[in-house]
Design a protein around this ligand. Structure first.
Ligand SMILES: Nc1nc2c(c(=O)[nH]1)N[C@H]1C(S)=C(S)[C@@H](COP(=O)(O)OP(=O)(O)OC[C@H]3O[C@@H](n4cnc5c(N)ncnc54)[C@H](O)[C@@H]3O)O[C@H]1N2
Ligand code: MOO
Length: 341
């Protein structure tokens, strides 16, 4: 690259975007890479602070920032994504579909360890709307060594995909609502409507809700009946803690579920159980899921709907960030809840 004083630049080709920031008004591209500088551009370039401009020299060893950013973004992107146009050495990556955002954080760290490149993303494992900006790939210098981009491409190939948005399955969910107080009509069920709403927002639906008292054999019978109905997921509500009527975990065990965990390092949601009946996940949901806006439910269910088979380690990794702020107005997922892993 050669430096040319801006006074002598008329008729020359700008080799990089020029950004203008007017405090409180706008930040954006004032001149685009490739622009042929006119006489009348010179005062504006000086106002932006450009007394000299670069004349671009690229060859097979050095890649222009925009071209490098496009290769970077293409390499890092898996399915369910769209790439914006490169500008100012950066390509933004957006969700093309509604689904679960997955980031391979080990790969992301390796990429960001490469000098002169930067990839910034939203947290992994959250549900994103189509069109949502989820990542940006940026080249730090104006021209970058081709070997750095090749290293990114190799790392992405090794870990493929580094970033993707996975579609959520439209599951038919069987619900077993335990609690003698609800079963005998002493109080009205409030769990069913909460779950219907939460599942519908994820594109799933409640197949059937069965009410049972705090009785192990009736819980077993209800779970088996929902499995026989073809439920893709079974959730039980209530009876998950420690008093004598809290028999739901025993019911899930007695029905033959393979227990992944009883207990999760999240608050709210500590008294959670995850089990599997073959490929069908079964969740023991504590009372807090009915009461709090965001809980273990919101951390785990989208992942199950995206087809992940969760291990005990997947649950135990939720501890760092597993404490909800319990804000007056819930902002999840725009907060740290469950974002530690
Ligand atoms: N000594 C302890 N107390 C509590 C513990 C504990 O470990 N030791 N855990 C706490 C946690 S954490 C939670 S969460 C709650 C609730 O756990 P449960 O899942 O056992 O909830 P229940 O006891 O069945 O019910 C609590 C509360 O909610 C009402 N409820 C339950 N289901 C429904 C429904 N379908 N519709 C409306 N209302 C419902 C129920 O009547 C109770 O009032 O336990 C902490 N305590
Ligand atoms: O299972 Mo309870 O989770 O923390 O409020």
């Amino acid at each position: 690259m050669k430096v040319v004083p801006v006074y002598q630049a008329e008729g020359m080709v700008l080799c990089h975007d020029v950004t203008e920031i007017i405090p409180g008004k706008r930040k954006g591209r004032a001149f685009k890479k490739g622009h042929v500088i006119r006489k009348e551009d010179i005062p504006r370039l000086l106002t932006i602070g450009k007394e000299n401009i670069y004349v671009w020299e690229v060859n097979e060893k050095n890649i222009h920032e925009n071209e490098a950013a496009v290769r970077f973004a293409k390499a890092i992107s898996g399915s369910g994504l769209t790439l914006a146009e490169a500008a100012e050495g950066k390509v933004e990556i957006n969700a093309a579909i509604f689904g679960l955002l997955k980031i391979n954080t080990e790969a992301l760290d390796r990429i960001n360890d490469i000098d002169q490149v930067a990839a910034a993303t939203l947290h992994s494992n959250q549900v994103v709307e189509a069109g949502r900006k989820i990542a940006g790939c940026k080249i730090i210098p104006l021209v970058i060594g081709a070997e750095k981009i090749e290293k990114i491409e190799q790392t992405c190939a090794d870990y493929c995909p580094v970033i993707e948005v996975m579609p959520l399955k439209a599951a038919k969910v069987g619900v077993v609502t335990t609690g003698s107080e609800v079963y005998h009509g002493r109080i009205k069920d409030c769990f069913g409507p909460v779950l219907t709403n939460k599942f519908e927002r994820l594109g799933s639906s409640v197949l059937r809700q069965i009410f049972v008292p705090d009785d192990i054999s009736m819980i077993v019978e209800a779970i088996r009946s929902l499995l026989a109905d073809g439920a893709d997921m079974v959730v039980t509500t209530g009876g998950m803690s420690v008093d004598p009527d809290d028999v739901t975990p025993s019911g899930i065990r007695a029905a033959g579920g393979d227990i992944v965990t009883y207990g999760a390092p999240t608050l709210p949601g500590a008294m959670f159980m995850l089990a599997y009946f073959g490929d069908v996940p079964a969740l023991g949901l504590p009372g807090c899921v009915m009461y709090h806006k965001s809980t273990i439910f919101d951390l785990v269910v989208p992942r199950l709907l995206a087809g992940e088979r969760l291990s005990r380690r997947d649950i135990t990794r939720l501890g760092h960030g597993g404490l909800c702020f319990v804000c007056e107005e819930c902002r999840y997922p725009e907060c740290g809840f469950g974002k530690g892993s």
